[in-house]
Design a protein around this ligand. Structure first.
Ligand SMILES: C[S@@+](CC[C@H](N)C(=O)[O-])C[C@H]1O[C@@H](n2cnc3c(N)ncnc32)[C@H](O)[C@@H]1O
Length: 258
């Protein structure tokens, strides 16, 4: 586990308790930027014209809502999360969208995904990998379920590059956020955890290296909101890694502006 002392059981209990307030709290503490980040992620996935997208650690289905707008009407959208209470909020939300028949949410562990090998065109993930007991195992599962030449598009918190923004951001995370989030989500420990997990996971290079070790290539990163978050786009080679030469690399997608 990335954050010392935190177990998957504790995490599951915490997300179960805050599920009804999760979306509102996120939007307030990020000043609405979370929606923008989800939109970027959905656009990234939609560029590959996928027929099947799996959103891992989908929570209340916020990314899926953006995918439903960005992808073709025929695209199957699947969501997996290990917290039933988060999925319940998601089912209520998606019960009101135009094409509920193409959306499926199911309970499952990101480190043992309930999907066959090579059946997904694009895997998306936002604020998931940082929470996993073993991030490498979660990424290996994304790799397993992706079809050859598929993409993993994910957004995770990083750290701003500008020194002044870094200082302000550090003060916000360390001192302001837990006290702001506590009354909003009703659980101070939840956002103390958020702070600790982000601070532990922040070096951007770590995630790129982790993606490479999982077998992904042609990894591009797009800095969002001055570096508060980063969008990663990683390619699963269409031939096994040991025979991939220069020709096994995917064409680079266009840069997305933040
Ligand atoms: C910070 S929330 C992110 C939710 C959503 N992706 C979003 O953009 O709002 C993290 C989610 O990861 C889920 N999660 C954490 N560990 C998991 C695991 N091992 N397997 C499946 N879901 C997991 C939690 O239940 C929670 O819903």
């Amino acid at each position: 586990m990335i954050t010392p002392g935190v177990t998957p059981q504790w995490l599951h209990g915490m997300f179960s308790r805050i599920a009804p307030r999760y979306d509102a709290t996120n939007t307030i503490i990020s000043a609405g930027l979370d929606r923008r980040w989800r939109r970027h992620l959905a656009h990234c996935a939609a560029r590959y014209a996928p027929q099947v997208v799996l959103d891992v650690a989908c929570g209340t289905g916020g990314v899926l809502a953006h995918l439903a707008r960005s992808c073709a009407a025929t695209t199957q959208l699947l969501g997996v999360d290990f917290t039933e209470a988060m999925l319940r909020v998601g089912r209520r939300r998606h019960g009101t969208v135009a094409h509920p028949h193409r959306l499926h949410l199911c309970v499952g562990d990101a480190q043992a995904l309930p999907a066959a090998d090579r059946c997904i065109d694009v895997v998306t993930m936002m604020f998931g990998v940082r929470n996993f007991d073993c991030p490498a195992a979660g990424l290996a599962e994304c790799y397993r379920v992706l079809r050859p030449a598929g993409h993993l598009c994910l957004v995770e918190f990083t750290w701003p590059r500008a020194p002044l923004l870094q200082r302000l951001y550090s003060v916000y995370w360390r001192y302001v956020l837990p006290f702001l989030a506590w009354p909003l989500c009703g659980e101070r420990a939840a956002y103390t955890y958020l702070r600790d997990s982000v601070l532990a996971f922040r070096p951007q290079a770590d995630l790129t290296a982790l993606l490479q070790r999982s077998g992904f290539t042609a990894i591009t990163t797009t800095t969002l909101s001055g570096g508060i978050t980063t969008l990663y786009d990683a390619y699963k080679p269409d031939t096994p890694l040991h025979v991939v030469g220069a020709t096994g690399r995917a064409p680079q997608p266009k840069e997305i502006s933040s």
